[in-house]
Design a protein around this ligand. Structure first.
Ligand code: ADP
Ligand code: MG
Length: 200
C-alpha cells in the first residue's frame, strides 16, 4: 500500500530530478519555446518541497492537493496550471484514504491526465506533456517501471511531431525535430514514482 510518506517521497524525488535536469529542460524549451521550462519547474518544486515540510499533510490525497496548489501559484508558465491540475485532480480522486493501492493511484492519475487535457485542450500527438503522461497512465497497471519506460518513450516520440498546442505551436513546422520540454519533465515525474517506491 502507498501512504502519505510514499507521496511525499514522490514529490521530493521529483524535485531533485527537476533540479538535476533543469538546464536540460530549459535547453529544450529554448529550441521551441521561451527557455524557461527548467527554471519554472525548479521554482515550483522547490516551493512544493518547502510546503510539504511545513504543513506535513497526513494523507496521499492531501499531499497531492497541496503540491498541485503550490505549482499553480508559483510556476509562471503554462506548465504550472497544467501540472497543478494533474496533481490536484489526482489528489481529489484519492479522497481521504490514509493508504491507497497501485490501482487507485492509476485511476487517480487517469483523472489527473483527463483534467490536463480538459484544461489545455491537448490530445495525444499534439507534442505536449500529454504524450508522456497518457501512455504512462496506460502502462501503470503493469508497474512503476513499465510506466517510466512508457513515459520516456512517449517523450522521445514527440521529436518528429509538429506542435499543435502551447508556445511551440507558434513555430509551425519549425517545431519538428525537437523533443518537447513538457513531455520530458513529465517523464521525470513518472520516473520519480519508481524511485519513491524503492524507498529513496
Ligand atoms: P510556457 O510555454 O508558458 O513557457 P513552460 O515552458 O513551463 O510554459 O512549459 C511548456 C510545456 O508545457 C510544453 O513543452 C508542453 O509540454 C506543455 N504545454 C503547453 N501548452 C500545453 C497544453 N495546452 N496542453 C498540454 N501541455 C501543454
Ligand atoms: Mg517556456
Amino acid at each position: 500500500m502507498l501512504d502519505a510518506d510514499f507521496f511525499r517521497r514522490w514529490m521530493t524525488v521529483a524535485a531533485a530530478s527537476v533540479d538535476r535536469e533543469a538546464e536540460q529542460l530549459t535547453a529544450l524549451d529554448s529550441a521551441i519555446g521561451d527557455a524557461d521550462h527548467g527554471s519554472n519547474l525548479q521554482r515550483g518544486f522547490t516551493a512544493v518541497r518547502a510546503t510539504l515540510e511545513k504543513e506535513s499533510p497526513q494523507t496521499p490525497g492531501q499531499v497531492l492537493t497541496l503540491a498541485g496548489r503550490q505549482l499553480i501559484s508559483t510556476v509562471g508558465g503554462a506548465s504550472g496550471p497544467l501540472y497543478g491540475t494533474l496533481l490536484r485532480r489526482a489528489g481529489k480522486a484519492l479522497g481521504e484514504a490514509a493508504e491507497v493501492d497501485e490501482a487507485q493511484l492509476a485511476e487517480a492519475l487517469r483523472a489527473g491526465v483527463d483534467g490536463v487535457m480538459a484544461l489545455g485542450g491537448a490530445a495525444p500527438g499534439d507534442k505536449t506533456m500529454i504524450d508522456a503522461l497518457a501512455p504512462a497512465v496506460d502502462a501503470l497497471p503493469d508497474g512503476f517501471a513499465a510506466a517510466r519506460v512508457a513515459a520516456e518513450e512517449g517523450a522521445v516520440a514527440t521529436t518528429p511531431l509538429q506542435a499543435r498546442k502551447g508556445r511551440a505551436s507558434y513555430l509551425g513546422e519549425r517545431s519538428i525535430g525537437h523533443q518537447d520540454p513538457g513531455a520530458t519533465s513529465s517523464a521525470l515525474l513518472i520516473a520519480a514514482l519508481e524511485e519513491a517506491a524503492s524507498g529513496a
